[in-house]
Design a protein around this ligand. Sequence first.
Ligand code: 7PJ
Length: 279
Amino acid sequence: MQLTLPRQRTLDLARPKVMGILNVTPDSFSDGGQFERLDSALYQAEQMLQQGAAILDIGGESTRPGSEPVPLQQELDRVLPVIEAIRNRLDCVVSIDTSKAAVMSAAVQAGADMINDVYALRADGALAAAAAAGVPVCLMHMLGEPKTMQQQPEYRDVTAEVLDFMQQRVAACLGAGIAREQLLLDPGFGFGKTLAQNYQLLQQLEQWQAFQLPLLVGMSRKSMVGNLLGLPVTERLAGSLACATIAAIKGAHIIRVHDVKATADVLAVLDATLHGVEE
Ligand code: 7PJ
């Protein structure tokens, strides 16, 4: 499996790839003004690439449980300079993590290679913007909205319902003129799911192979790790690595993480086991 990217490039997904999370939200950086923010983002981007990330996911709006939306101009001001700086200086796949149509268009214009949307292109104009941008799009499942999604999510069968939702979103994308080969899917761990539902989704991850589309997962440092183990966000690495390993074994193609080096190490060990080592 592979993704077709802008400027005659491709991303080979025969072996799982690491997507490094690069948040450009005020809480994720010291507030030392525009230059310091850009400098810090670039440094972090460079580090993650050296550590083995194939993709950098750049987000200017927090979608953590309970978070508030960010105004359009603010999101643009946060992400566009970072995308341009990375595009000009570093060789990597740049993903824009947004739900807003205008941010998708501007980010791809600025050099982003793919779109990562936790709303799966359900926002106004997002289907059309993604179709016009012509880049790969990751469709993620979320029940409700970040502000309220963890208030008693209910499913009769979480995997079946999330797969159903995906079928509908894939159909909507095809209807909007997006090529099937441009789509990636993501179960949306932690987005409107209880602890038990998150682990049921992970246990049943093989079922996603029926789509024959690239599968992206994000469990890094999430509550499904923290609440299970009773650990704060700073102590969730081991649990997050276990999630990454399990997902890779069950067929995930892209693992979205904060801790790039540790995840790349785990995937290298898995790869040696599954595909052997050259003597
Ligand atoms: C995800 C995401 C995820 C995709 C976030 C966090 C919350 N995008 N954006 N999948 N999670 N595709 O990283 O803790 O799971 S934000």
